[in-house]
Write a protein that binds this ligand. Structure first.
Ligand code: HXC
Ligand code: NAP
Length: 231
Protein backbone atom coordinates (compact mmCIF):
# COMPACT_ATOMS: atom_id res chain seq x y z
CA UNK A 1 0.00 0.00 0.00
CA UNK A 2 1.43 3.42 -0.89
CA UNK A 3 2.96 5.39 1.97
CA UNK A 4 2.74 2.61 4.61
CA UNK A 5 6.42 1.59 4.75
CA UNK A 6 9.77 3.35 5.03
CA UNK A 7 10.30 2.75 1.32
CA UNK A 8 9.12 5.79 -0.71
CA UNK A 9 6.49 5.22 -3.39
CA UNK A 10 8.10 4.07 -6.62
CA UNK A 11 8.13 6.15 -9.81
CA UNK A 12 8.83 4.86 -13.28
CA UNK A 13 10.03 7.98 -15.08
CA UNK A 14 13.14 10.12 -14.81
CA UNK A 15 12.20 13.72 -14.13
CA UNK A 16 14.02 16.65 -12.61
CA UNK A 17 13.27 17.67 -9.04
CA UNK A 18 10.51 20.21 -8.43
CA UNK A 19 12.39 21.56 -5.39
CA UNK A 20 16.08 21.46 -4.60
CA UNK A 21 17.73 22.58 -1.35
CA UNK A 22 21.39 23.47 -1.77
CA UNK A 23 23.84 22.06 0.75
CA UNK A 24 26.88 23.28 -1.17
CA UNK A 25 27.34 26.62 -2.89
CA UNK A 26 25.24 26.64 -6.11
CA UNK A 27 28.31 27.55 -8.20
CA UNK A 28 30.72 25.06 -6.62
CA UNK A 29 31.08 23.29 -10.00
CA UNK A 30 30.77 26.38 -12.20
CA UNK A 31 32.02 25.70 -15.75
CA UNK A 32 33.18 22.16 -14.93
CA UNK A 33 32.38 19.38 -17.42
CA UNK A 34 31.23 15.90 -16.36
CA UNK A 35 31.02 12.78 -18.54
CA UNK A 36 28.42 10.40 -17.07
CA UNK A 37 27.85 6.87 -18.40
CA UNK A 38 24.34 5.68 -17.63
CA UNK A 39 23.44 9.37 -17.25
CA UNK A 40 20.14 9.08 -19.12
CA UNK A 41 18.29 7.26 -16.36
CA UNK A 42 17.97 6.47 -12.67
CA UNK A 43 20.87 7.34 -10.39
CA UNK A 44 22.99 8.61 -13.31
CA UNK A 45 20.23 11.01 -14.36
CA UNK A 46 19.94 12.42 -10.85
CA UNK A 47 23.73 12.77 -10.56
CA UNK A 48 23.69 14.72 -13.84
CA UNK A 49 20.90 16.95 -12.55
CA UNK A 50 22.64 17.74 -9.25
CA UNK A 51 25.98 18.44 -10.93
CA UNK A 52 24.19 20.75 -13.37
CA UNK A 53 22.35 22.55 -10.58
CA UNK A 54 25.83 23.40 -9.26
CA UNK A 55 27.03 24.89 -12.55
CA UNK A 56 28.53 21.82 -14.26
CA UNK A 57 27.93 21.02 -17.93
CA UNK A 58 27.34 17.33 -18.64
CA UNK A 59 27.63 14.63 -21.25
CA UNK A 60 25.20 11.79 -20.66
CA UNK A 61 26.06 8.53 -22.41
CA UNK A 62 24.36 5.18 -22.89
CA UNK A 63 23.36 2.76 -25.66
CA UNK A 64 19.97 4.31 -26.36
CA UNK A 65 20.40 7.66 -28.12
CA UNK A 66 16.65 8.24 -27.85
CA UNK A 67 16.80 7.88 -24.07
CA UNK A 68 19.78 10.22 -23.54
CA UNK A 69 18.34 12.80 -25.94
CA UNK A 70 15.04 12.93 -24.05
CA UNK A 71 16.86 13.16 -20.71
CA UNK A 72 19.23 15.89 -21.94
CA UNK A 73 16.23 18.03 -22.93
CA UNK A 74 14.76 17.72 -19.42
CA UNK A 75 18.09 18.42 -17.72
CA UNK A 76 18.82 21.52 -19.77
CA UNK A 77 15.27 22.83 -19.35
CA UNK A 78 15.48 22.43 -15.55
CA UNK A 79 18.98 23.82 -15.03
CA UNK A 80 19.85 26.06 -17.99
CA UNK A 81 23.20 24.25 -18.36
CA UNK A 82 24.48 22.41 -21.42
CA UNK A 83 23.95 18.64 -21.66
CA UNK A 84 25.27 16.64 -24.62
CA UNK A 85 23.56 13.27 -25.20
CA UNK A 86 25.79 10.62 -26.79
CA UNK A 87 25.32 6.97 -27.68
CA UNK A 88 27.97 4.45 -26.69
CA UNK A 89 28.34 0.89 -25.47
CA UNK A 90 30.92 0.69 -22.68
CA UNK A 91 31.83 -2.81 -23.91
CA UNK A 92 32.97 -1.34 -27.24
CA UNK A 93 36.01 0.94 -26.82
CA UNK A 94 35.63 2.49 -30.29
CA UNK A 95 32.24 3.91 -29.32
CA UNK A 96 33.72 5.45 -26.15
CA UNK A 97 36.58 7.00 -28.13
CA UNK A 98 34.08 8.58 -30.54
CA UNK A 99 31.98 9.97 -27.67
CA UNK A 100 35.01 11.37 -25.85
CA UNK A 101 36.34 13.00 -29.01
CA UNK A 102 32.93 14.58 -29.69
CA UNK A 103 32.89 15.84 -26.10
CA UNK A 104 36.35 17.38 -26.28
CA UNK A 105 35.46 19.06 -29.56
CA UNK A 106 32.34 20.58 -28.03
CA UNK A 107 33.45 21.39 -24.45
CA UNK A 108 37.26 21.47 -24.72
CA UNK A 109 37.80 19.48 -21.50
CA UNK A 110 36.44 16.80 -19.16
CA UNK A 111 36.88 17.41 -15.41
CA UNK A 112 34.76 14.61 -13.98
CA UNK A 113 33.98 11.04 -15.08
CA UNK A 114 31.09 9.17 -13.48
CA UNK A 115 30.91 5.47 -14.36
CA UNK A 116 27.27 4.57 -13.79
CA UNK A 117 26.50 2.20 -16.68
CA UNK A 118 25.52 -1.25 -15.41
CA UNK A 119 23.33 -4.25 -16.10
CA UNK A 120 21.69 -6.53 -13.58
CA UNK A 121 18.88 -8.99 -12.85
CA UNK A 122 18.03 -11.47 -10.12
CA UNK A 123 19.20 -15.00 -10.91
CA UNK A 124 20.38 -17.99 -8.88
CA UNK A 125 24.06 -18.79 -9.53
CA UNK A 126 23.19 -22.28 -10.75
CA UNK A 127 20.77 -20.91 -13.36
CA UNK A 128 23.13 -18.24 -14.72
CA UNK A 129 24.37 -19.11 -18.18
CA UNK A 130 28.08 -18.57 -18.72
CA UNK A 131 27.17 -15.73 -21.05
CA UNK A 132 24.86 -14.11 -18.49
CA UNK A 133 27.66 -13.94 -15.89
CA UNK A 134 30.10 -12.69 -18.52
CA UNK A 135 27.68 -10.04 -19.82
CA UNK A 136 27.28 -8.35 -16.43
CA UNK A 137 31.05 -8.43 -15.80
CA UNK A 138 31.60 -6.96 -19.26
CA UNK A 139 29.15 -4.09 -18.81
CA UNK A 140 30.03 -3.20 -15.21
CA UNK A 141 33.69 -4.07 -14.71
CA UNK A 142 35.22 -4.13 -18.19
CA UNK A 143 33.03 -1.18 -19.21
CA UNK A 144 34.27 0.88 -16.26
CA UNK A 145 37.89 0.04 -17.06
CA UNK A 146 37.42 0.83 -20.77
CA UNK A 147 35.94 4.23 -19.99
CA UNK A 148 38.55 5.09 -17.34
CA UNK A 149 41.41 4.13 -19.65
CA UNK A 150 40.12 6.08 -22.65
CA UNK A 151 39.38 9.20 -20.58
CA UNK A 152 42.83 8.90 -18.99
CA UNK A 153 44.60 8.67 -22.33
CA UNK A 154 42.55 11.37 -24.03
CA UNK A 155 42.42 13.96 -21.24
CA UNK A 156 42.93 13.12 -17.57
CA UNK A 157 46.60 12.01 -17.77
CA UNK A 158 47.66 15.49 -18.87
CA UNK A 159 45.11 17.58 -16.96
CA UNK A 160 44.05 15.62 -13.87
CA UNK A 161 40.45 15.28 -12.74
CA UNK A 162 37.98 13.23 -10.76
CA UNK A 163 36.56 9.74 -11.37
CA UNK A 164 33.56 8.34 -9.48
CA UNK A 165 32.67 4.66 -9.96
CA UNK A 166 29.15 3.68 -8.92
CA UNK A 167 29.29 0.30 -7.16
CA UNK A 168 26.96 -1.31 -4.59
CA UNK A 169 26.76 -2.54 -1.00
CA UNK A 170 25.12 -5.92 -1.60
CA UNK A 171 28.45 -7.63 -2.23
CA UNK A 172 29.96 -6.58 1.10
CA UNK A 173 28.43 -9.53 2.89
CA UNK A 174 27.19 -11.66 -0.02
CA UNK A 175 23.64 -11.75 -1.31
CA UNK A 176 21.65 -14.51 -2.96
CA UNK A 177 20.74 -14.16 -6.65
CA UNK A 178 23.48 -11.56 -7.16
CA UNK A 179 26.78 -13.43 -7.68
CA UNK A 180 27.21 -11.82 -11.12
CA UNK A 181 26.55 -8.19 -10.08
CA UNK A 182 28.24 -8.54 -6.70
CA UNK A 183 31.39 -9.96 -8.31
CA UNK A 184 31.35 -7.19 -10.91
CA UNK A 185 30.97 -4.41 -8.33
CA UNK A 186 33.62 -5.88 -5.98
CA UNK A 187 36.04 -5.91 -8.90
CA UNK A 188 35.25 -2.25 -9.60
CA UNK A 189 36.01 -1.39 -5.96
CA UNK A 190 39.38 -3.13 -6.34
CA UNK A 191 39.97 -1.31 -9.65
CA UNK A 192 39.24 1.98 -7.90
CA UNK A 193 41.93 1.32 -5.29
CA UNK A 194 44.50 0.26 -7.90
CA UNK A 195 43.86 3.26 -10.13
CA UNK A 196 43.85 5.63 -7.15
CA UNK A 197 47.45 4.77 -6.28
CA UNK A 198 48.59 4.51 -9.91
CA UNK A 199 46.93 7.69 -11.21
CA UNK A 200 47.05 9.78 -8.02
CA UNK A 201 50.43 11.23 -9.05
CA UNK A 202 48.72 12.52 -12.22
CA UNK A 203 46.40 14.58 -9.99
CA UNK A 204 43.46 12.23 -10.55
CA UNK A 205 41.18 11.51 -7.58
CA UNK A 206 39.18 8.30 -7.94
CA UNK A 207 36.54 6.94 -5.58
CA UNK A 208 33.78 4.36 -5.52
CA UNK A 209 30.32 5.44 -4.46
CA UNK A 210 28.12 2.53 -3.31
CA UNK A 211 24.39 3.24 -2.99
CA UNK A 212 21.97 1.05 -1.09
CA UNK A 213 18.57 0.40 -2.68
CA UNK A 214 17.26 3.60 -4.33
CA UNK A 215 13.57 3.66 -5.18
CA UNK A 216 12.40 5.08 -8.50
CA UNK A 217 15.25 3.40 -10.38
CA UNK A 218 15.55 0.46 -12.76
CA UNK A 219 17.79 -1.26 -10.22
CA UNK A 220 15.13 -1.01 -7.54
CA UNK A 221 12.38 -2.13 -9.91
CA UNK A 222 14.43 -5.16 -10.92
CA UNK A 223 15.92 -6.06 -7.54
CA UNK A 224 14.50 -4.07 -4.68
CA UNK A 225 11.28 -5.82 -3.86
CA UNK A 226 12.70 -9.25 -4.64
CA UNK A 227 15.67 -8.75 -2.37
CA UNK A 228 13.61 -7.23 0.44
CA UNK A 229 11.50 -10.39 0.50
CA UNK A 230 14.34 -12.83 -0.09
CA UNK A 231 17.08 -11.53 2.18
C1 HXC B 1 19.01 -14.77 -16.27
C2 HXC B 1 19.52 -13.42 -18.05
C3 HXC B 1 18.51 -12.50 -17.68
C4 HXC B 1 17.75 -12.78 -16.51
C5 HXC B 1 19.46 -11.76 -19.48
N1 HXC B 1 20.05 -12.93 -19.18
N2 HXC B 1 18.51 -11.47 -18.58
N3 HXC B 1 19.76 -14.54 -17.37
N4 HXC B 1 18.04 -13.94 -15.85
N5 HXC B 1 16.79 -11.98 -16.09
C6 HXC B 1 21.10 -13.59 -19.93
C7 HXC B 1 20.69 -13.85 -21.37
O1 HXC B 1 19.91 -15.03 -21.47
C8 HXC B 1 22.04 -13.97 -22.06
O2 HXC B 1 22.62 -15.24 -21.85
C9 HXC B 1 22.89 -12.96 -21.31
O3 HXC B 1 22.25 -12.73 -20.06
C10 HXC B 1 23.01 -11.64 -22.05
O4 HXC B 1 21.70 -11.16 -22.30
P1 HXC B 1 21.39 -10.08 -23.44
O5 HXC B 1 19.96 -9.73 -23.35
O6 HXC B 1 21.93 -10.56 -24.75
O7 HXC B 1 22.36 -8.89 -22.98
P2 HXC B 1 22.28 -7.34 -23.27
O8 HXC B 1 21.36 -7.04 -24.43
O9 HXC B 1 23.66 -6.87 -23.33
O10 HXC B 1 21.54 -6.78 -21.97
C11 HXC B 1 22.19 -6.73 -20.72
C12 HXC B 1 21.22 -7.00 -19.57
C13 HXC B 1 20.00 -6.07 -19.65
C14 HXC B 1 22.00 -6.81 -18.28
C15 HXC B 1 20.77 -8.43 -19.66
O11 HXC B 1 19.13 -6.32 -18.58
C16 HXC B 1 20.37 -4.61 -19.66
O12 HXC B 1 20.71 -4.05 -20.71
N6 HXC B 1 20.31 -3.95 -18.49
C17 HXC B 1 20.65 -2.51 -18.35
C18 HXC B 1 19.78 -1.84 -17.30
C19 HXC B 1 19.87 -2.48 -15.95
O13 HXC B 1 19.98 -3.71 -15.80
N7 HXC B 1 19.80 -1.62 -14.91
C20 HXC B 1 19.83 -2.08 -13.52
C21 HXC B 1 21.12 -1.70 -12.89
S1 HXC B 1 20.88 -1.99 -11.16
P3 HXC B 1 22.53 -16.43 -22.96
O14 HXC B 1 23.31 -17.55 -22.35
O15 HXC B 1 21.08 -16.76 -23.12
O16 HXC B 1 23.14 -15.89 -24.21
C22 HXC B 1 22.20 -2.56 -10.49
C23 HXC B 1 22.10 -2.77 -9.01
C24 HXC B 1 23.46 -3.05 -8.42
O17 HXC B 1 23.15 -2.78 -11.16
C25 HXC B 1 23.51 -4.03 -7.29
C26 HXC B 1 24.79 -4.87 -7.42
C27 HXC B 1 25.12 -5.85 -6.32
P1 NAP C 1 19.59 2.23 -14.73
O1 NAP C 1 18.73 3.43 -14.80
O2 NAP C 1 19.21 1.03 -15.51
O3 NAP C 1 21.10 2.65 -15.07
C1 NAP C 1 21.95 1.91 -15.84
C2 NAP C 1 22.32 2.73 -17.05
O4 NAP C 1 23.37 2.08 -17.74
C3 NAP C 1 21.19 2.95 -18.04
O5 NAP C 1 21.12 4.33 -18.33
C4 NAP C 1 21.63 2.19 -19.30
O6 NAP C 1 21.19 2.88 -20.46
C5 NAP C 1 23.14 2.19 -19.13
N1 NAP C 1 23.79 1.05 -19.75
C6 NAP C 1 23.51 -0.27 -19.57
N2 NAP C 1 24.32 -1.03 -20.32
C7 NAP C 1 25.14 -0.17 -20.98
C8 NAP C 1 26.20 -0.34 -21.90
N3 NAP C 1 26.59 -1.57 -22.29
N4 NAP C 1 26.84 0.76 -22.38
C9 NAP C 1 26.45 2.01 -21.98
N5 NAP C 1 25.45 2.23 -21.12
C10 NAP C 1 24.80 1.15 -20.62
O7 NAP C 1 19.73 1.72 -13.23
P2 NAP C 1 20.02 2.41 -11.82
O8 NAP C 1 19.30 1.57 -10.86
O9 NAP C 1 19.79 3.87 -11.82
O10 NAP C 1 21.59 2.11 -11.63
C11 NAP C 1 22.58 3.10 -11.83
C12 NAP C 1 23.88 2.66 -11.18
O11 NAP C 1 23.70 2.53 -9.76
C13 NAP C 1 24.39 1.30 -11.65
O12 NAP C 1 25.80 1.30 -11.68
C14 NAP C 1 23.89 0.38 -10.58
O13 NAP C 1 24.64 -0.82 -10.53
C15 NAP C 1 24.08 1.22 -9.35
N6 NAP C 1 23.27 0.83 -8.19
C16 NAP C 1 21.92 1.01 -8.22
C17 NAP C 1 21.16 0.69 -7.09
C18 NAP C 1 19.67 0.93 -7.07
O14 NAP C 1 19.02 0.67 -6.05
N7 NAP C 1 19.08 1.42 -8.14
C19 NAP C 1 21.79 0.17 -5.95
C20 NAP C 1 23.17 0.00 -5.97
C21 NAP C 1 23.89 0.34 -7.09
P3 NAP C 1 20.97 2.14 -21.89
O15 NAP C 1 20.02 1.01 -21.65
O16 NAP C 1 20.44 3.23 -22.77
O17 NAP C 1 22.32 1.68 -22.34
Amino acid sequence: MPGTSNIPDDVDTDDCLLNYSYIFSPDILKDKVAFITGGGSGIGFRIAEILMRHGCHTIIASRSLERVQASAKKLTAATGLRCLPVSLDVRQPATIVAAVEATLQKFGKIDILVNGAAGNFLCPANDLSFNAFKTVLEIDTVGTFNTCKILYQKWLKEHGGVIVNITATLNYRGQILQVHAGSAKAAIDAMTRHLAVEWGPDNIRINSLAPGPISGTEGFRKLGKGLVYLS
